[in-house]
Write a protein of this length. Structure first.
Length: 130
């Protein structure tokens, strides 16, 4: 449970520490590894977003056209929507998943993030109950 809840404030660090320190418990290892994988996916998504934004910046600089009117606002508005809107949604997703799966882990459930649970179980050496 602690790995899920601490991801809200520490992102990758606390779940990784819990995974390394608590290798004796299959349950804790499975849940901490899920959070580590989820945070790695979030980091890759942020990296891809940053690459897209920098590509847009450099393309705009290379073209260097003076644009007036509504088209001049297109890139700043797009930047705001993608970067800040995406960041807010990512944080909200992180908050909701941390709380929901933290409560499920606290109840002793082998609940897992969609798409990540089977990889985490395989890497952790855990067979999930059906």
């Amino acid at each position: 449970m602690l790995a899920h809840v601490l991801q809200i404030v520490s992102w990758l660090i606390a779940p990784l520490i819990i995974f390394v320190v608590r290798k004796d418990s299959r349950f804790v290892r499975y849940h901490a590894l899920q959070v580590v994988f989820f945070q790695l996916l979030v980091m890759m998504a942020w990296g891809a977003t940053m690459l897209a934004l920098f590509a847009g910046f450099f393309t705009a600089i290379a073209r260097h056209k003076v644009v007036v009117g509504p088209a001049a606002l297109a890139f700043p508005v797009l930047f705001f929507v993608i970067f800040w809107g995406g960041g807010a949604l990512t944080w909200l997703l992180n908050l909701v998943l941390g709380i929901v799966y933290g409560l499920r882990a606290n109840n002793g459930e082998w609940a897992g993030y969609p798409g990540i649970k089977y990889l985490a179980a395989k890497v952790a050496g855990v067979e999930l109950p059906h």
